[in-house]
Design a protein around this ligand. Structure first.
Ligand SMILES: C[S@@+](CC[C@H](N)C(=O)[O-])C[C@H]1O[C@@H](n2cnc3c(N)ncnc32)[C@H](O)[C@@H]1O
Length: 250
């Protein structure tokens, strides 16, 4: 299991990646909510990080909650979210939630191996109220090779740089090597910019869209839409990122 940590680049992740991603979320989610009539109630954001999405949903009137494995992520959350975020594994947290909306964004579903993904689906079957929504933003398996394997993604902020490189690891996984270059004060005297380097590796698991659909259906949850992450039009084989929208029957 993979909790993000300060000594493993968390500050750079937050400033260079999570903050811009949140701006993207704020543009996309209202469109999805409007299209599917996702409105109000109790929400649970899985792998919520420092709680940006939970804060946004709270502002929008949701009884919003979140969970993340990383204590250091949860500690970063604003005080206004006190008591709304818990340090917990997402599969376990679903055991006790009664939700009208469950979200998992920024590719976080890929942290689950097939067995834990099965637990996630079973948990959704228990946690989602009738008519409730499950919304995930992730990378389809078709995009795994062209988006991750042998590719390096670069992000930067005033805190430093992040280079994430994917290495194929079998038919449905990549190992993502994450190199962080954290800016530190230069020593006195003439010096260029100085960075501390940290490398961590995380395994990302991918899955066939039809398998996910079937797994959700077995729990009484129907996929009602899949949107391209860039255009928000219907997802197709060229989509590198998708928004999946599913709804509990009843
Ligand atoms: C890419 S970050 C996404 C964080 C947040 N959703 C965002 O948009 O900034 C992935 C998060 O998943 C958390 N995580 C990884 N495995 C988890 C698990 N099994 N249960 C809960 N959180 C997990 C990590 O600690 C990290 O905060």
């Amino acid at each position: 299991m993979t909790a993000y940590r300060v000594d493993e680049g968390l500050e750079i992740y937050e400033s260079a990646m999570a903050a811009p991603y949140f701006q993207y979320l704020r543009r996309v989610l209202p469109r999805i909510f409007e299209e599917y009539g996702v409105a109000g109630g109790a929400s649970l954001d899985l792998a919520c990080g420092s709680g940006r999405l939970v804060g946004y949903l709270l502002e929008q009137g949701w009884d919003a909650r979140g969970c993340d494995l990383s204590e250091q992520m949860i500690e970063r959350a604003p005080e206004a979210l006190g008591g709304r975020l818990v340090i917990a594994d997402m599969c376990e947290e679903l055991e006790r939630a009664g939700s009208d909306l469950v979200t998992i964004v920024f590719n976080s579903i890929h942290y689950l191996d097939p067995e834990r993904r099965r637990r996630l689906l079973e948990g959704l079957g228990r946690a989602l109220r009738p008519g409730g929504f499950f919304i995930s933003q992730h990378n389809p398996i078709e995009a795994m090779r062209r988006y991750w394997a042998g590719r390096t993604h670069r992000w930067s902020s005033d805190r430093g740089f992040a280079f994430w490189t994917g290495h194929a690891a079998g038919r449905d996984a990549v190992t993502v090597e994450k190199q962080y270059f954290e800016r530190i004060p230069p020593p006195s005297g003439p010096a260029g910019e100085v960075f501390r380097q940290v490398t961590v590796s995380h395994r990302y698991h991918f899955f066939d869209a039809d398998d996910l659909r079937a797994g959700l259906e077995a729990q009484g949850i129907d996929v009602v839409g899949a949107h391209d992450g860039r255009t928000l039009g219907a997802a197709d084989r060229s989509s590198d990122s998708i928004w999946l929208v599913a709804r509990r029957r009843g």
